[in-house]
Every structure is written in structure tokens, then in C-alpha cells.
Design a binder for this molecule. Structure first.
Ligand code: F6R
Length: 608
């Protein structure tokens, strides 16, 4: 998805903007551009392709402005091209704009502007914005008012940065349904669509709400509501360090993030652990009176975050005895779900900015449900929108394929389930105590499971050329299979499917032939024999079998067995996923693919 960066200060803006854009490369993009205010007006430099192409444009050396805006574009309206790349000028070259999001009524606005004498040079929806600003500026002679009137006309989502030739010390921003943060420092201020873009300049951030505006100069940031009343906002300090957005010696962010899991899970556990060992969720003021009125919990998310929800469904249902449904946000929002004030809705999102998840959250609130957000990014939209917010402490996740966010999400969901179970008193205390002990053992066991890397790599080297790989599991092992399969297809481009093992003979087994790789996951002792039988059924039909397990098996029955530490089955997704992350990683590496930026994918999916 698009990325934006902005700078106002004493320093030359272009290197800071380029550096910021390169930190946002993980979001996925196809063109890049910057605009700075120079002594003779605004200068725009842009091109199709990577940020490095932009950096190498000859004129880059000759721009020296200290106020500027920058953009990486992920094409939606109009193909990737220099003309469609941002920034865009208005017709008089007085205003330049970059924009994230989608202007749904741009055809109508374009028509209106054409009827008023404006011309268009790109196929983008964005180009209406600088021209509308110009149109309203002609009437009002005030940039902020012109921007507000423009936003009034826009339907859809936007994070807009605007500069004006004749206010060379200012940068104007507006936001609705698209992420934007404002970083503050001494004599310089920053705008970005994501914290990592400017983390090496500041750790202090303001978070803009929807329909708010800000005007930045090097010494201050002024905030306004949609009526242009000036408002105050609190600064939030981020505890991510700069190393967390570098590869730090690893070949890829994904590998680094896999190895960070013991630490990110430890931090996530500690964030909710009191000195006495009890869990501290006091900020989520959910008490017994409320919990006993709840007849359903919905967990809503997309992709890997949704798999984290599926992995936690069992611990919530078994310990709290509350029926729990997990749904993908893009379906949930359109299927008129049965929600009322007896429903608790939990939204999971690493970025906290996923458009479908935000829409589902808004819908749940409208229907009267209480909402809890689990995100990895403080101040993100989902965090602000939900009634209560719980952070995971995975640190910035840069690789497109989510790894450490998933394990942190399942960890915090499990702790929340245990906390609810303690409040409700519907579960045997000994069972609860055992799971709590197992939660504490997670970081050490994760360190241990990282030791599977070499054996998994050996397997990867044997199967990287395959066209189809199947993952199967029963009970808690089914969502693990789904997440393992998603990782594999995302970064290795191998077709892969995950099935509940018992479903195989209802159709998918027809696909098994000589040498088809089937990966089975066994982490629940109660289901072991049935799961083994399902694997035997595919072995009989010629399949090559890989097993990930924490059970004692007769290894001779299978082609490869990866042993992981024993733990309560509720928590096994957190351990069992690690070898599957390695498998996807080493297969993709063997195929010489860009594991951090797989084709067609974006890290933060801020459009529907
Ligand atoms: C997969 C992956 C995606 C995200 C999904 C939701 O590796 O990263 O499936 O999990 O796009 O993103 P968030 O968690 O930011 O809402």
C-alpha cells in the first residue's frame, strides 16, 4: 500500500524523505516521488520503480528545500507510471499533494473541475485534490480552509500531505480512514504513514484522528478538528528502538523476526504480568457482571491475524465456556452478523490499520457490542476506535509475511482467555494453573524450537521445487496448518492448502498422488491416533509425509519428523508455527525470491 513521508525543519529535506520512503518499502509500491519547496517554487521529482531510482534522478542533487513531502505509490487508479506517481501539482503549480487512500467520487469531482477549466495529466484519483485546493483557495485565500473544503467534497479514504509555494515553512495534512502519524523533534517535525519511516529521527508521536487536520512548521504542530477549531493532542512516546527497523546482521527481516519471537512473546507476557504472577487487564474494565451477560465472543481479523483468532478459539471456549466465532473481517462486515450488547467483539490486527477490520469494528460498535482491539501499533486507528485496547509487544514487523505478530497475538489472546476464565470461575483451578505455568515457559520453549532451523532447512532443500503442498491438522492443529500454508504460499508462491485432517477423505484426498508432500501437525495427545490415521491414508496413496509434533511417535512411519517441545495444546500454535515459518522461509530463499517483499502483497492493507 502507499506510503507517505513529510519533513519540515532546518535540514535539507530530500535525504530525510528518501530515507523515510526506503523504510516504508516493506509496505509494497510501484513508484516513488518527492516534492520540496525551493526558492523558485515547488520542485517535484518522481518515477516508476524503486526508491533507489528516485534517489538516482540527476536533479536530486540540485534540490535543497527544507520542507517536503514524499510518497511510494501502490497503483489503484492508473497503471504504475511517472505521470501517475505522486506528488501531483495543481494546474498552476502552486500546490503539491501526496495522498494515501482512495477517492471514491473522483470521477464526479474531476468532471466538476474540468467544467471549471482544470486539466488533468494523470489517471489518478489523487489529482483532483490539489486542483480542488486551488479552486477553493481562489475563493478563500487560506490554505487550511481550502484543504478543509476539499476534504468536505471527498468521499473515501485519505491521508493527505499538502505544500503551498507561498507558505514555504508549512506542511498541511488531513486524514480520514488512512494511517498517518506526526513525529516531533527539536526544530523539525515529520509526517509518516507508519512509525518506522521516521523512527531514527524521533520516538515522540502524535496520532491524528479521522477528520483532523494539522499544520506543521519546524517549531510547532497545530491541530484542528473538522470545523477548523484548534485542538490539543497528547504526545505518545514509542519504545521501539532503531535497530528494530534494521536487519541487524540477518539476511532478511523475516528471518530476524522469526528469531525475535522468544523476546517478543516474553515482552508481551510481561506487559500483563503483575509482581504476584497474576494477570493485569485492569485497563480493560470487563468484570464478572458484564462477562456473565456475554453469550458470544466474535474474533474478527484478516489473514494471519485471523489465524491467531482461530488458534485462540479453543482456549476461550474451553476455559470460559463462551461460544466463540472467528470471522474474516471482509466477510463479517457484509453479512449482517448477529451482534448485540451480549456480544463481545475482539479485533486483531498487527498494523491496527487494516481497512476491513476497521469497518467491522465500526459495525460492531453500532450494533451495541463491546469491542477490544489487539494490535501491535500504539495509537493506530483500530486501537483508537475500539472501547479497549491491548497491545502486543512484537516490535515493528517489517517483513510482509507476519511471524512474530502472530505468536504475540496468540499469547495475549490466551492470557486474556485465562483472565476471563479466572473472573468467571467456570474452569477447574488446577487446569488454569497449569496453562498459566505453560504461558511462562513459552519464551524458553520458543528458544528451543528455533533450534529446528537446520533440520527444517534440509527438508526445504528437498521439496522447494514442488507445485502443491498440503497441510493437515485436527482441532488446534488445523489453524496451525492454515497459518503454515498461508506462510508458504505468500513467500514461496507454491500452491498450498490446509485441511482439517478428517475432511481429507471428503474430497481433497483425490489430489494426493505419488510424492505429493503432506505436512501433518500433531500437538494434541487426545487426537493423536486419529491424526496419525489420516496421515497414513495419504502415505498409502504415495504421499511424502512431514510431521511437526510434540508427541512421541514411531518416526520410521514418516519421511521427516520435526520434534517441538511439549506444552498445553492451547498454546501449541505458538511453538508449532515456528518450523513452518522456517520451512516457508528456506523454500523461498532456495527459489531466490524476495522473502520480505513478496509479489502483489502489501504489509498494511488500508484499502478494502
Ligand atoms: C500474512 C499477513 C497478512 C496480515 C493481514 C492482516 O503473513 O501478514 O495476512 O495478517 O493482512 O493484517 P493486520 O494484522 O495488520 O490487520
Amino acid at each position: 500500500m502507499c506510503g507517505i513521508v513529510g519533513y519540515v525543519g532546518n535540514k535539507k529535506a530530500s535525504p530525510i524523505l528518501i530515507n523515510g520512503l526506503s523504510k516504508l518499502e516493506y509496505r509494497g509500491y510501484d513508484s516513488a516521488g518527492i516534492a520540496t519547496i525551493e526558492s523558485d517554487g515547488i520542485k517535484i521529482l518522481k518515477d516508476k520503480g524503486r526508491v533507489s531510482n528516485l534517489e538516482n534522478i540527476k536533479e536530486m542533487a540540485s534540490i535543497s528545500g527544507t520542507v517536503g513531502i514524499a510518497h511510494t505509490r501502490w497503483a489503484t487508479h492508473g497503471k504504475p507510471s511517472k505521470e501517475n506517481a505522486h506528488p501531483h501539482f495543481d494546474n498552476s503549480n502552486l500546490f503539491a499533494v501526496v495522498h494515501n487512500g482512495i477517492i471514491e467520487n473522483y470521477n464526479e469531482l474531476r468532471e466538476f473541475l474540468i467544467n471549471n477549466g482544470y486539466k488533468f495529466y494523470s489517471q489518478t484519483d489523487t489529482e483532483v485534490i490539489p486542483n480542488l485546493v486551488h479552486f477553493y483557495f481562489e475563493q478563500t485565500n487560506d490554505v487550511l480552509t481550502a484543504l478543509k473544503k476539499t476534504c468536505n467534497d471527498l468521499k473515501g479514504s485519505y491521508a493527505i500531505e499538502l505544500i503551498y509555494k507561498h507558505t514555504p515553512n508549512n506542511l498541511y495534512v488531513a486524514k480520514k480512514d488512512s494511517p498517518m502519524v506526526i513525529g516531533v523533534s527539536e526544530n523539525e517535525n515529520f509526517v509518516a504513514s507508519d512509525i518506522p519511516a521516521v523512527l531514527n529521527y524521533t520516538k515522540k508521536f502524535y496520532f491524528l484522528k479521522d477528520k483532523e487536520f494539522a499544520v506543521l512548521s519546524k517549531d510547532e504542530v497545530k491541530f484542528y478538528d473538522f470545523e477548523l477549531n484548534q485542538i490539543q493532542k497528547d504526545i505518545k512516546e514509542i519504545d521501539w528502538d532503531e535497530n528494530s527497523v534494521t536487519k541487524n546482521g540477518y539476511d532478511d527481516f523475516m528471518l530476524k523476526e522469526i528469531y525475535e519471537q522468544p523476546d517478543s512473546v516474553r515482552k508481551t507476557i510481561n506487559s500483563r504480568l503483575s509482581d504476584t504472577g497474576s494477570y493485569d487487564f485492569k485497563d480493560i474494565s470487563i468484570d464478572k457482571d458484564y462477562l456473565t451477560t456475554i453469550n458470544k465472543i466474535y474474533i474478527i481479523a484478516c489473514g494471519t491475524a485471523m489465524h491467531a483468532g482461530l488458534s485462540a478459539k479453543s482456549i476461550i471456549e474451553k476455559l470460559c465456556k463462551i461460544s466463540t466465532e472467528v470471522d474474516v473481517a471482509s466477510e463479517f462486515r457484509y453479512r449482517e452478523p448477529l451482534i448485540d450488547n451480549h456480544t463481545l467483539c475482539i479485533f486483531i490486527s498487527q498494523s491496527g490499520e487494516t481497512a476491513d477490520t476497521i469497518a467491522a469494528l465500526k459495525l460492531s460498535k453500532e450494533c451495541g457490542a463491546k469491542t477490544i482491539a489487539i494490535t501491535n501499533v500504539i495509537g493506530s486507528s483500530i486501537t483508537r476506535e475500539a472501547d479497549y485496547s491491548i497491545l502486543t509487544y512484537a516490535g515493528p514487523e517489517i517483513a510482509v509475511a507476519s511471524t512474530k505478530a502472530y505468536t504475540a497475538q496468540v499469547t495475549i489472546l490466551s492470557m486474556l482467555a485465562i483472565n476471563f476464565a479466572e473472573i468467571l470461575g467456570r474452569c477447574d483451578e488446577k487446569v488454569l494453573e497449569k496453562v498459566k505455568q505453560d504461558v511462562l515457559s513459552l519464551p524458553t520453549k520458543l528458544e528451543n524450537v528455533l533450534g529446528t532451523a537446520n533440520s527444517v532447512k534440509d527438508i526445504a532443500l528437498k521439496i522447494y521445487n514442488e507445485h502443491d503442498i498440503f497441510f493437515i491438522g485436527r482441532g488446534i492443529d488445523h489453524p496451525i496448518a492454515m497459518e503454515g500454508s498461508l506462510k508458504l504460499k505468500e513467500i514461496s508462491y507454491i500452491h498450498s492448502d490446509a485441511y482439517a485432517s478428517g475432511e481429507l477423505k471428503h474430497g481433497p484426498i483425490a489430489l494426493i498422488e505419488d510424492n505429493t508432500t503432506v505436512i501433518s501437525i500433531y500437538t494434541d495427545a487426545k487426537l493423536l491416533q486419529k491424526s496419525i490415521s489420516n496421515t497414513q491414508e495419504v502415505i498409502t496413496r504415495g504421499a511424502k509425509s512431514i510431521v511437526i509434533t510434540n508427541q512421541n511417535l514411531d518416526n520410521n512411519k514418516f519421511d521427516y519428523v520435526i520434534q517441538i517441545p511439549e506444552i498445553s495444546e492451547f498454546l501449541s500454535p505458538i511453538l508449532a508455527i515456528v518450523p513452518l515459518q522456517f520451512l516457508a522461509y528456506y523454500i523461498a530463499k532456495q527459489k531466490n525470491l524476495d522473502v520480505d517483499k513478496p509479489r502483489n502483497l502489501a504489509k498494511s492493507v488500508t484499502v478494502e
